[in-house]
Every structure is written in C-alpha cells, then in structure tokens.
Design a protein around this ligand. Structure first.
Ligand code: GDP
Ligand code: IMO
Ligand code: MG
Length: 445
C-alpha cells in the first residue's frame, strides 16, 4: 500500500496528468484536492487524447474510484459538460464521487473574475476566467455555496437571496454589468443539482476507509507550486494550495497517511498568464520550445493561450523540493529539447542592483524583477529520445543534463518522460518504492 501525491513543481502544465495516468495503474483511488475548471490535464492513450478540467484523470482506468475533493471549486455546468463528453466516449461514472463540502462556482463568480481582470488593466493576473478567485474568496468570507447547499433547494434559495443582491451591487455599480436574477439561478442550478446528486458524499470519510482497507490512494495536483496562493509568485498565483501540503487540507486527510510526494517538472519551463518568469525566452528559442513537435505545441489546454517558454530554473526547482518535501522528480518533455544545439540551465540569479548572486528563493522574496539568471550551458544531444526506454539508452548529453538537475535540486529523478503517450517513458527508479530524497547536503548548517 502507498499513498502518493503528484504535484506540479513549476508554474503548472508540467505534465502532471501524464504522470498521474502512469501511476494510476496501481492506484485504487485518484483524488483531485484543489482548483477547479482552471486546470487542463492532457492524457494520450491508445491514440486518443483526453483533456480533463475537473475530473481526475484516473477515470481512464476501469474500476478506480475518482474523487473531486472538498478543497475543489466546482462549476456544475462545466462538470456536467465534461462528464457527459467523457461518458459519450465510453468512460464509466459509477465510481465517481464529489465532496459535499466542495464549493460551487456560480455564474456571478465567472462574471466577477472577468470584470476584475479587465479592471486590473496592466496589472492583470491573466486568470483562466473560470471564476476560481471569486469562488475561493466567498469560501474564505464564509458566504460560499457548497455542494451540499446546491442539493437542498431551500438552503440554496436562502443563500442566493442573500448573496445575489450583494453581488449585483458590485457588478452593476463597479463594473456596469447587468444584474443576475436569484430566481433564475435557483431554477437553473437546482436542475444541475439533480444531475450531480448521485455523486455527492463525504469523500473524506471514503478516503479514510480506503486507507484503513490498505488501498492505494493517488492525489492528483492541479496547477503548480509557483502558483500556490501562499507559496507562489503572489499575486500572480491561483487561489488554492496546489503544493503538497494542500493535499491534506483539500482531501480531508491527515499528513501521516502520505508515503511519497512526487514533483513533476518539465525539462525546461513554461508559464501561462502574467507574472515573473526569470528564464523566459521571448525570441527564437522561446518560439522553438513552443513549437517543437506540432502535436504538442505549448498552448494552454483550458484557454488556448500560447504558453510562455524558457529554460529550466534550479532556483525554482530547489524551492519546490523544499515547499513540497519532494521525494523524487518526474522530468517530462525531454524530447522537446532533442533538436537544440545548446541547452541552458539557470543555476542562480544575479541581482542587477549590486551584482550579488542568489541560489535560494529565500534571499529573493518577491524581487524577481531585479534578478537576472546565471546560466550553465549544456551541449544538446541532437538525437530523438522518443523511442528510448532506459536511462542507459539516453544520449550521454541527456544523461548529464538530468544528473545535473538531480544534483542541483538534491532530489533523485525517478521518471523521465519522452513523449505524451503512456509508453514514452523512462523509469529510472520505481517512483513509489524506489530510493527517495535523503536529508543530506541541504541540511548541513
Ligand atoms: P498538466 O496540466 O500538468 O497535466 O499538463 P498539460 O496537460 O496542461 O500539458 C502538458 C502537455 O504536454 C500535454 O499536451 C501532454 O500531452 C504533453 N506531454 C506530457 N509529457 C510529455 C512528454 O514527455 N513529451 C511531449 N512531447 N509531450 C508531453
Ligand atoms: P494545470 O492544472 C497553468 C494560471 C493562470 C493565471 C493564474 C491564475 O493545467 O497545471 P486562475 O484562473 O487560477 O485564477 O488563474 O494561474 N493557471 C494555470 N497555469 N496550468 C494550470 O493548471 C493553471 N491554472 C491556473 O494562467 O496565471
Ligand atoms: Mg495543464
């Protein structure tokens, strides 16, 4: 038995779904613990591409319980559409469960997300406009609507009668947006409630019982560490806790049941939306990273926006190891680097103001704009890696590149992904039972 968290170690879109899909084969339960329809998780199996936003990617396997946990925010309309499309493709919903405590994204959340973004002008966050921030804001203000409220028409009516007039003041006066009608929302959303009712339960208890029965639980993170509300590049973050600690709160389990935390990183780096990105490459290199392999060009799964691309950043990597307590890494998209003559890795930042160098995020704080990456250059391997299946088969240059990342982050690389499909994977060590990060050099004072 092993309970494992898969977490994004960069800015999201690291290939978490591909890694979750690989590990889900041996899991009994797959749990999403935070975020909402802002996520875009792609899995390619048997020539079919699946894009998940709310539903755990474990649904691709027959007989696995898939849970949308209490830490999620769920847009019922998006959920019904996504599930409907998946069921049309033959997937089974009999073991799908939705937490009664998950918060519901309402139409005014979507409207506010768009209006607030617009009003921020040059300071916009670049949100996915899926209502994520406003839904979590209502949750923290203790005026949100939870799944259990959605299922009880009288409770829903009472909540909407209080909430909608308040949102309308904001929408009309502040943003000049037509008001919502509480009665119309009540009717529409009670209809969604009837479609969702059969999935709703106390998922935290379900997970606890599964743990007691020695089942394997896999926690599928959305977004990434640098988008974490507390630990990311605030305010350019999402409104939930994607990092590993968030799995306990967001799934309603205690930390003692977690056996492993696996961090997923691309072999380079991308970011969608605004915010600092020290190693971003805007010219020819960025375009080459974005376009390499037409079928998996770097375009956001949820919004279709082009992803900003840049080199691997070890300052961010080390930070992710620390924040998540990573046991090992899965490095994805190595194949995207196959054509490059030269590949760079950021080993530290130089402060442009005084020339000082910084290897740890603690000494940078939010001063990203003063930081300039210091790069170490690596020769490219200039060979296709997509058909290679063991570390030894990888070109020596690629082996050295991966070894360097493992050394700099002080964290073993267990998996290397060399293509989007399940088979295009190099397993160096068993990520669940193999060697894990040991407390060594970074603990020496
Ligand atoms: P997630 O949000 O972290 O699950 O990642 P996304 O699905 O948003 O983005 C990752 C993209 O890269 C998807 O299109 C995947 O199919 C694709 N992908 C995953 N691993 C690899 C890989 O090793 N090589 C290539 N070329 N594509 C990959
Ligand atoms: P997955 O799970 C990449 C980014 C948005 C924006 C910021 C806030 O596929 O890795 P939000 O809509 O959450 O309020 O937007 O976070 N963002 C993501 N970037 N991958 C994601 O999900 C993301 N989800 C949100 O682009 O910068
Ligand atoms: Mg994604």
């Amino acid at each position: 038995m092993a309970n494992v968290i898969v977490v994004g170690a960069q800015f999201g879109d690291e290939g978490k779904a591909k890694v979750t899909d690989l590990l889900a084969r041996n899991a009994d339960v797959v749990v999403r613990y935070q975020g909402g329809a802002n996520a875009g998780h792609t899995v390619v199996v048997d020539g079919e591409t699946y894009k998940f936003h709310l539903i755990p990617s474990g649904i691709l396997y027959e007989g696995k319980t898939c849970i949308l946990g209490p830490g999620m925010v769920i847009d019922p309309k998006a959920f019904i559409n996504e599930l409907g499309a998946l069921m049309k493709r033959g997937l089974d919903d009999t073991k799908l469960k939705v937490s009664a405590s998950a918060h519901v994204t309402m139409p005014y959340h979507l409207a506010l997300d768009a209006a607030e973004e617009e009003s921020r002008g040059a300071n916009k966050i670049g949100t996915t406009k899926r209502g994520i921030g406003p839904t979590y804001a209502d949750k923290c203000a203790r005026s949100g609507i939870r799944m259990e409220d959605l299922l009880d028409k009288e409770v829903l009516r009472e909540k909407l009668e209080w909430m909608v007039p308040r949102k309308n003041v904001l929408l009309e006066r502040m943003y000049n947006i037509p008001p919502f009608d509480a009665k119309a929302i009540l009717e529409e959303y009670s209809g969604y409630a009837e479609q969702i009712r059969k999935y709703v339960c106390d998922t935290s208890e379900y997970i606890f019982n599964a743990v007691q029965a020695r089942k394997n639980i896999l926690f599928e993170g959305a977004q990434g560490t640098l988008l974490d509300l507390d630990h990311g590049s605030y305010p350019y973050v999402t409104s939930s806790s994607p990092s590993a600690g968030g799995a306990c709160i967001g799934a309603g389990i205690g930390p003692t049941i977690i056996d492993r935390v696996i961090g997923v990183s691309k072999a380079y780096m991308t970011r969608v939306g605004e915010g600092p990105f020290p190693t971003e490459q805007e010219g020819e290199i960025g375009e080459m990273l974005r376009q390499t392999g037409k079928a998996w060009a770097e375009v956001g799964v949820t919004t279709g926006r082009p992803r900003r691309c840049g080199w691997f950043d070890t300052v961010i990597g080390r930070y992710s190891v620390r924040i998540n307590g990573l046991d090992c890494l899965a490095i994805t998209k190595l194949d995207v680097l196959d054509e490059f003559d030269e590949i760079q890795i950021c080993v530290a930042y130089k402060d442009k103001r005084d020339g000082s160098t910084h290897k740890e995020m603690s000494s940078i704080g939010s001063n990203f704009k003063h930081m300039e990456p210091i790069y170490k250059s690596f020769p490219g391997w200039k060979k296709p890696t997509g058909d290679l299946r063991s570390f030894k088969e990888l070109p020596l240059e690629a082996q050295r590149y991966l070894d360097f990342i493992a050394d700099e982050l002080d964290c073993p690389v267990a998996i290397v992904s060399v293509g989007p499909t399940r088979d295009k994977t190099v397993v160096i060590e068993d990520p669940i039972h193999g060697p894990k990060r040991v407390l060594t050099k970074s603990t020496q004072q």
